[in-house]
Design a protein around this ligand. Structure first.
Ligand code: PGA
Length: 251
């Protein structure tokens, strides 16, 4: 496992091409000599072609927020891994809670996207997490299992090499309510245990996401099973990204 902490900037449906380029240029200035941190950016599809030449050859990885399982076809509104690859995208977020809950992407659909991309050699950040209601009902692990199993069941254990899991409790996303250390530890331990059980003893990187800010990042990053963070709101602001990177680097 690489010792790098991964900071994934999930820009969601934010930043125009010009705004995205400006933020990426500022980030390039502070990421050329990082020792402990890997910075990945998932912009809106429209900004990918403009960011691609900017980030080429840099330390920043470019990826997407979603991708289809086929290379091409009659899938209105979708973008394929093949198309993303043309612009140097090496990863995609899949199964983000906004895809699952706002756009009703099912357990099977998310798994299908994730499995196909991994089989095509893309890196996948597969998001899982429970709602507040599910947490209060005490069914968090059942929900995580229901989200993970269709994906893991579709893959051989050697096909999970480029898979990262992002634990993102739905109640913590964009709410300013970061999960407690106990919540993070218990979910990440359960995920780690379950992955090892399902994938022939393998371990995967597990990111935490949900209201990560410079104020709470240090505490999150110190947890033994946290390999980095998927960051939404704070990733849109250069000064906040700069602070997150500084925390990871130990400045
Ligand atoms: P947030 O989003 O940092 O704004 O809570 C995280 C995510 O949805 O990936």
């Amino acid at each position: 496992m690489s010792p790098l902490d991964i900071i994934v900037a999930n820009w969601k449906m934010n930043l125009t091409v010009q705004e995205g380029k400006a933020l990426a240029k500022s980030l390039l200035e502070i990421t050329s000599a990082l020792k402990k941190t890997a910075v990945w950016i998932a912009p809106a599809f429209t900004a990918i072609p403009a960011l691609s030449p900017l980030l080429e050859g840099s330390n920043i990885k470019l990826g997407a927020q979603n991708a289809h399982w086929e290379d091409k076809g009659a899938f209105t509104g979708e973008v394929s891994a093949l198309m993303l690859r043309e612009f140097g995208c090496t990863f995609s977020i899949i199964g983000h809670s906004e895809r699952r809950h706002v756009f009703n992407e099912s357990l099977e659909l998310c798994a299908k996207r994730g499995a196909a991309l991994l089989k095509k050699g893309m890196t996948v950040i597969f998001c899982i997490g429970e709602t507040l209601e599910q947490k209060e009902l005490g069914v968090t692990f059942e929900i995580l299992e229901a989200q993970l199993n269709p994906l893991l069941g579709a893959l051989d254990s050697d096909q999970v090499e480029n898979l990262l899991i992002a634990y993102e409790p739905v109640w913590a996303i964009g709410t300013g309510k970061v999960a407690s250390i106990e919540d993070i530890d218990s979910a990440h331990s359960w995920i780690d245990f379950h992955i090892r059980k399902m994938c022939g003893g393998r371990t995967l990187k597990i990111l935490y996401g949900g209201s990560v800010t410079p104020e709470n990042f240090q505490a999150v990053l110190q947890r033994p099973l946290v390999a980095g963070s998927l960051v939404g709101g704070a990733s849109l602001i250069f000064e906040k990204m700069q602070k997150l990177i500084a925390i990871s680097e130990g400045f």
